[in-house]
Ligand binder design. Structure first.
Ligand SMILES: *C1O[C@H](CO)[C@@H](O)[C@H](O)[C@H]1NC(C)=O
Ligand SMILES: *[C@@H]1O[C@H](CO)[C@@H](O)[C@H](O)[C@H]1NC(C)=O
Ligand SMILES: *[C@@H]1O[C@H](CO)[C@@H](O)[C@H](O)[C@H]1NC(C)=O
Ligand SMILES: *[C@@H]1O[C@H](CO)[C@@H](O)[C@H](O)[C@H]1NC(C)=O
Ligand SMILES: *[C@@H]1O[C@H](CO)[C@@H](O)[C@H](O)[C@H]1NC(C)=O
Ligand SMILES: *[C@@H]1O[C@H](CO)[C@@H](O)[C@H](O)[C@H]1NC(C)=O
Ligand SMILES: *[C@@H]1O[C@H](CO)[C@@H](O)[C@H](O)[C@H]1NC(C)=O
Ligand SMILES: *[C@@H]1O[C@H](CO)[C@@H](O)[C@H](O)[C@H]1NC(C)=O
Ligand SMILES: *[C@@H]1O[C@H](CO)[C@@H](O)[C@H](O)[C@H]1NC(C)=O
Length: 238
């Protein structure tokens, strides 16, 4: 089985923010490939990625406080699946300011289908502590759960996919979003996001300290940096 799970938190600075289209999300996953654990430079993402060594991942979790934002923001999902696997799942939160109003939604997408679905019965505000997780039931069926820890509201969905392939990657990322012209919207200053990250295989929890770091560089300038220490993935606006 192959598992990728990414937390993707995107923050953007214009009013014309839209969720990344499925193709764009997939392109982001493709673009963040690197070899041998070398740091990855991306123009759309920052955070950490981890490959399974011998035993595939079967679950991944991230907990964090929704950052403060005052301009349109983006996307904070986890995904399960991979660039080299046809099938996968993405789940998390999307943050936007549209027409002066703030929206924070939890959503999930499966690949290759690519349609966004919203988690019912849960809502969020800036500063809320949330936990997102995906766990495989079997090769073609998973459960995604999002919880607002601040109120104990939880929403759980069952997600069917095609067979997930046999190599594994998990990740916790902050991701840029795209405007209606498919241009990358620059990050706004999101400060620091600390994600308490964990992943597990059938053998139990995995040490994430060797995760590959992903740094966002746009137009030659480092926009966001990341580090991993003690099970916390820290992503910082530079
Ligand atoms: C989630 O928790 C926060 C903090 O307690 C609260 O402000 C927010 O309203 C909660 N969400 C819902 C839908 O109750
Ligand atoms: C995970 O392994 C795949 C296959 O070897 C490789 O393409 C990918 O870059 C690796 N990812 C990381 C984060 O090292
Ligand atoms: C934006 O908000 C204003 C004031 O509430 C409203 O009149 C207008 O129709 C809204 N525009 C859109 C596109 O929703
Ligand atoms: C959402 O709430 C409705 C009404 O209480 C309930 O029927 C439904 O099962 C809930 N859905 C989830 C995913 O919890
Ligand atoms: C996988 O799990 C789902 C949900 O429990 C179940 O409906 C499905 O039959 C299972 N598939 C296989 C191949 O076991
Ligand atoms: C989020 O968690 C932190 C650390 O436990 C706590 O200090 C803070 O009050 C929590 N925030 C909310 C909105 O519950
Ligand atoms: C990069 O620079 C080009 C040309 O100046 C500009 O149009 C574009 O918006 C910039 N991209 C980002 C992400 O800042
Ligand atoms: C993230 O962790 C660092 C180091 O512990 C701390 O200084 C910072 O305040 C934290 N940021 C948030 C938003 O919790
Ligand atoms: C992390 O990488 C170091 C150096 O390659 C290696 O010795 C160590 O076993 C790795 N730790 C884990 C948990 O994979």
């Amino acid at each position: 089985m192959f598992f990728i799970t990414s937390f993707i938190l995107a923050l953007a600075a214009t009013t014309a923010v839209s969720m990344p289209a499925p193709k764009e999300r997939r392109d982001v996953r493709m673009a963040r490939r690197s070899s041998g654990g070398a740091p990855i430079i991306s123009n759309t993402a920052a955070g950490a990625l981890l490959n399974a060594s011998t035993v595939p991942f079967n679950g991944v979790t991230g907990s964090f406080a929704i950052p403060t934002f005052t301009v349109p923001a983006g996307d904070d999902p986890i995904d399960l699946g991979a660039a080299n696997c046809e099938n996968g799942i993405l789940a998390g939160i999307n943050m936007e300011i549209k027409n002066g109003s703030q929206f924070i939604n939890a959503f999930w997408t499966s690949f290759p289908d690519g349609n966004d679905h919203f988690f019912p019965n849960v809502s969020f505000a800036q500063g809320d502590n949330i936990t997102v997780s995906i766990a495989m039931t079997n090769a073609t069926s998973s459960t995604a759960v999002i919880t607002n820890e601040s109120t104990d509201e939880t929403s759980t969905v069952a997600i069917e996919t095609g067979p997930i392939c046999s190599q594994a990657e998990v990740g916790w990322l902050l991701q840029a979003v795209f405007d209606d012209s498919n241009d990358i919207i620059p990050y706004v200053d999101f400060g620091t996001v600390n994600i308490t990250a964990s992943a597990e295989t059938s053998s139990g929890p995995v040490d994430i300290s060797n995760a590959t770091i992903v740094t966002t560089v746009q137009n030659g300038t480092t926009i966001a940096s990341a580090s991993v220490e003690g099970g916390i993935v820290t992503i910082a606006f530079v």
